[in-house]
Design a protein around this ligand. Structure first.
Ligand SMILES: [Mg+2]
Length: 273
């Protein structure tokens, strides 16, 4: 008993042992998405789309044609065969162009569309503002995994050119970002979902599947978003998700969760008596 306390009075100096709590709510792995989270991507796809529209517009009246929606329908139908990425986009553009022009498009213009895909594959890798500093700050406290989906060659190139590959303990290039994929990533890292935080620009791919597993997620919206990624059907979990304006705010958010975890389940072991 502390000096100066009289017997029988409650002790004002209750103490709490945090050891168990650190195990319960600890963050053991932080995941980052690649495209439009670490580096710019969607702007290159949208530039390619604008050029595609100009080419197709030489054959059909775009005012009467929901071209973007027609292309999206073709892309979605092809996802299971082509997967995500610029190669699948280019092939879907070729297919959509043939369909909407009723096979009148010339080989020359089909060649131009193929070139649009190649341009996207060759785009420079430019990190978003403040990303390098934020990722390095998080890496000082937690192991990191990069979870990015899309064409394997293209994603490998972007990871290499980003200059960030050394910061990540694991790099996972996946074909889909659903709960099953994340569960497999976590199993490979030996981490439970509640010990994992995923950070990304897509509610559909980076937030919803991780919340569904019981993990936490940080959403950092990017000004541009592919229509397919814009559709996310899930229940927001305010306790387990945060929306931030920029990567620079990530270290503070992780600190908030770490501290909230400490106080959520206090294991009171002594009350001075
Ligand atoms: Mg992304």
């Amino acid at each position: 008993m502390a000096a100066g306390l009289s017997r029988g009075r409650p002790c004002p100096c209750e103490w709490i042992v945090y050891e168990r709590l650190l195990v319960t709510d600890a963050i053991k792995l932080v995941g980052f998405d690649g495209d439009d989270t670490l580096w710019h991507s969607e702007a290159y796809y949208q530039a390619a789309y604008a050029d595609f529209e100009a080419i197709v517009g030489e054959y059909v009246d775009l005012r009467e044609l929901a071209l973007r929606q027609r292309l999206l329908t073709v892309e979605r139908a092809n996802l299971a065969l082509f997967g995500y990425g610029a190669k699948g986009m280019a092939l879907s553009m070729v297919e959509a162009a043939i369909r909407v022009t009723e096979e009148r498009i010339s080989a020359h213009d089909l060649h131009r569309i193929v070139e649009l895909g190649k341009q996207v594959l060759r785009h420079p890798v430019e990190l978003l503002e403040g990303v390098r500093e934020a990722v390095e700050a998080v890496a000082a406290d937690y192991p990191l995994v990069l979870v990015t989906k899309g064409d394997l060659f293209h994603q490998e190139r972007k990871v290499l050119l980003s200059g960030l590959s050394e910061v990540f303990e694991r790099i996972e290039i996946v074909s889909e970002k659903d709960p099953e994929t994340y569960a497999a990533v976590l199993a490979r890292s030996g981490v439970k979902a509640e010990e994992f935080v995923m950070i990304g620009n897509s509610l559909r791919s980076d937030v919803a599947p991780v919340l569904a597993l019981g993990g936490r997620a940080i959403h950092i919206p990017y000004p541009l978003l592919w229509l397919h990624e814009a559709e996310a059907d899930f229940e927001p979990e305010p306790e387990r998700m945060a929306e931030l304006a920029a990567a620079a705010e990530v270290p503070d958010q992780l600190r908030v969760w770490r501290q909230r975890g400490l106080f959520r389940h206090p294991a009171r072991v002594g009350s001075g008596g």
